[in-house]
Design a binder for this molecule. Structure first.
Ligand code: SAH
Length: 260
């Protein structure tokens, strides 16, 4: 029997890509990997990893798994971001489970957002496994509380990298308010006074990562009203800034609640 002229079915066409998981590897200590990160690494068919991934973590990659070093180092770029993204797509075409292993957290100065968008635009399923970002890991190692009553009520994570050798103050910072749901009115009023536009995107994430996760999206002007939609049961974060518009209402677990 010949299959040469057999056209692929719709199902085969839609399944022509594997899943890519953006995995945060934490600051270096392999014991700071999450259980989810360990699982993703141990089940991977192909791992693309950065320069900062420690040798102990690389040892956790299964023997039969294809491993590709795509690390870039300042001044000695091994592979450009565009090349990495193209390579991710070809790996997703070839392998069922592709892991993109990044130092710290993929969404904190890790260009994980760009890779997520690039892959999703090409119809590739992407999962994200957060990691302990360098700020959290290093602060714990040095016993510095990043917030402390009376000493520090906000935390600024800022890039010290600049394209032109000039140091930029944050132009469009992302603000994440902890313990802010009940203060949404006051927060909104204050941010508008500070000059934020009323159409600045916001997202409220309640019970994040849990089966009853709730994501509400909108704009700053509507924040007090939207915060009222959140039941108040369980913890919530308010994200304010352009990136909040990228929030996905569909969640990783089918049981997770979606609120538009
Ligand atoms: N996505 C990463 C950050 C990547 S940018 C994260 O969430 O941590 C790379 C920078 O992170 C390094 O130049 C350094 O400033 C910092 N960094 C990463 N790992 C570190 C470590 N183990 N100790 C100190 N700084 C670290």
């Amino acid at each position: 029997m010949t299959t040469l002229n057999k056209k692929p079915t719709t199902k085969q066409l839609t399944q022509s890509f594997g899943t890519v998981t953006l995995v945060g590897a934490g600051p270096g200590d392999p014991e700071l990997l999450t259980i989810k990160a360990m699982k993703a690494i141990s089940q991977a068919d192909c791992v693309l990893y950065d320069a900062l991934i420690s040798p102990e973590i690389l040892e956790l990659i299964p023997q039969q798994c294809t491993r590709i070093h795509v690390g870039k180092r300042c001044g000695d770029h091994k592979m450009g971001q565009a090349d990495i993204q193209t390579l991710l797509v070809s790996c997703a075409r070839k392998y069922q489970r592709v892991v993109r292993l990044k130092g710290g957290d993929p969404f904190i100065f890790g260009r994980g957002g760009e890779e997520l968008q690039y892959l999703q635009q090409r119809g590739i399923d992407v999962l994200v496994v957060p990691g302990i970002t360098a700020a959290g890991g290093c602060a714990a190692a040095a016993k510095i509380p990043l917030t402390h009553r009376h000493l520090g009520n906000a935390l600024v994570l800022q890039s010290g990298h600049s394209q032109h050798g000039e140091f930029d103050l944050p132009q469009n910072p992302t603000r994440v308010f902890y313990m802010g749901a009940k203060q949404a009115g006051a927060i909104t009023a204050r941010l508008l006074t500070e000059g934020l536009h009323e159409s600045t995107p916001i997202a409220i994430i309640a019970n994040g990562t849990l089966p009853n996760q709730q994501v509400i999206k909108g704009v700053l002007m509507d924040l007090p009203h939207l915060a009222g939609q959140y039941s108040g049961a369980g913890p919530a974060l308010i994200v304010v800034g352009e990136v909040a518009a990228m929030a996905e209402l569909s969640t990783q677990k089918s049981s997770q609640r979606q609120v538009a």
